[in-house]
Design a protein around this ligand. Structure first.
Ligand SMILES: *Cc1c(COP(=O)(O)O)cnc(C)c1O
Length: 377
């Protein structure tokens, strides 16, 4: 494949910071670089409290424990999302009530979630698809009125905002990913943001295997022990050292990704005018962090054809989620409601290559190939 879908970007400082972490004599969790990453993220985005985790999946599993999910509790989440968004809650016995996506964005349709709330509903999980905000104010208002917890799945949403407020700072808590396919990476890694101070102490404990070791290290207790349930959710400081190098370069990474995104957006405008595809919509309340550039084809056949055509030209474009309400695991548990927009994105959405080192020439080549597929010379 001449142009891959993703290529992890190395800023150059990763190995030096890893060397420094090793030289410090402490490479387990919550070392120097973990603290540096957390402080930087809190400062840049105004997050109240951040905790690095081994993945976004783990941050979501922490969130499910913090929400005190018990068997039978209901959780509202989009069907068009990654498995981990809801699997974390299913592990604790939750029933997932899937919401449909909006007509023009894969984000959950806020106007239609209130009808899904029952006395058993405990949590709403807005997923900021492609790093573009869900309409958070109505979600937060609904949650407040009905006593629900809001957990943002901000896996794709670093450095993006909603009406001037950073994504990940709006709900009671939020989960981010630093998987190698995201904008800022550390191979496998993630972060839990805790914005409601009610959850802060317990989050530390859950992350440290159910012990109050964090309080012990701060000298707040004279011995530590088993005080709650938990697991080993904290990453090695080697992971954090890698991440710190990335975070130091986030401005430059974001600048380049946005350039690529805008080239795609402009270069493919004609196809939208012709009615061949839809390009992403950036809602007026959202910013675009250029996590992803996608097109929505007219149907599955067009999409399969486009992917095959690009492949012949040496370009790897990929589809994305398959509606979770129709998954082998959940279809028999789903309540049977049709979710047509989620299904349409499952069938018709295609993602084009998007990574820092993608050159202008390559972007032009990809645009040219897409245009040729639709008969534009
Ligand atoms: C990437 C992603 C995850 C999972 O992240 P990991 O760090 O790989 O666990 C969860 N939700 C969404 C929306 C994602 O894009």
């Amino acid at each position: 494949m001449k142009i891959p879908f993703n290529k992890p970007y190395f800023t150059g400082m990763e190995t030096e910071y890893i060397r420094q972490a090793v030289a410090s004599g402490k490479i387990s969790g919550d070392g120097l670089f973990t603290k540096k990453c957390q402080a930087l993220l809190e400062k840049n985005y105004g997050f109240a409290r951040t905790l690095l985790t081994t993945s976004c999946t783990d941050a979501l599993e922490m969130a499910a424990i913090l929400c005190d999910i018990e068997p039978g509790d209901e959780v509202i989440a989009p069907s068009y999302t990654f498995v981990s968004t809801v699997n974390a809650f299913v592990l604790r016995g939750a029933k997932i009530v899937f919401a449909d996506s909006e007509e023009r964005t894969p984000n959950l349709d806020v106007r239609r979630i209130e009808a899904l709330v029952t006395p058993k509903t405990k949590v709403i999980i807005p997923v900021h698809y492609a790093g573009m905000a869900c309409d958070m104010d109505p979600i937060l208002e609904l949650a407040q009125r009905r006593g629900l917890v809001v957990v943002e799945d901000a896996a794709q949403a670093i450095d993006s905002s909603y009406r001037g407020r950073a994504l990940g700072s709006l709900g009671h808590m939020a989960a981010f990913s630093f998987h190698e396919t995201k904008n800022v990476i550390t191979g496998e890694g993630g972060m839990l943001v805790v914005s409601d101070p009610r959850f802060e102490k317990r989050a530390e404990i859950i992350r440290e295997k159910g012990t109050n070791r964090s309080a012990f290290f701060r000298g707040e207790v004279d011995k530590y022990g088993w005080v709650d349930i938990g697991s080993s959710f904290l990453p090695s400081d080697i992971i954090a050292a890698f991440l710190y190098a990335q975070l130091e370069h986030i401005e430059e990474i974001q600048k380049r990704r946005k350039e690529i995104w805008n080239r795609y957006y402009q270069g493919l405008a004609l196809l939208e005018e012709r009615g061949d595809v839809l390009r992403p919509v950036v809602p007026s309340y959202a910013t675009n962090n250029a996590h992803m550039f996608y097109l929505v084809c007219r149907n599955l056949q067009d999409r399969s054809g486009l992917i095959a055509h690009l492949k012949e030209d040496g370009i790897l474009a990929v589809f994305h989620y398959l509606s979770l309400h129709k998954s082998p695991f959940y279809q028999d548990r789903h309540d049977g409601r049709e979710l047509p927009n989620a299904d349409r994105y499952s069938d018709c959405l295609v993602r084009l290559p998007m990574y820092y080192e993608l050159s202008d020439d390559q972007v032009a080549q990809i645009i040219g190939s897409v245009l040729r597929f639709y008969g534009v010379k």
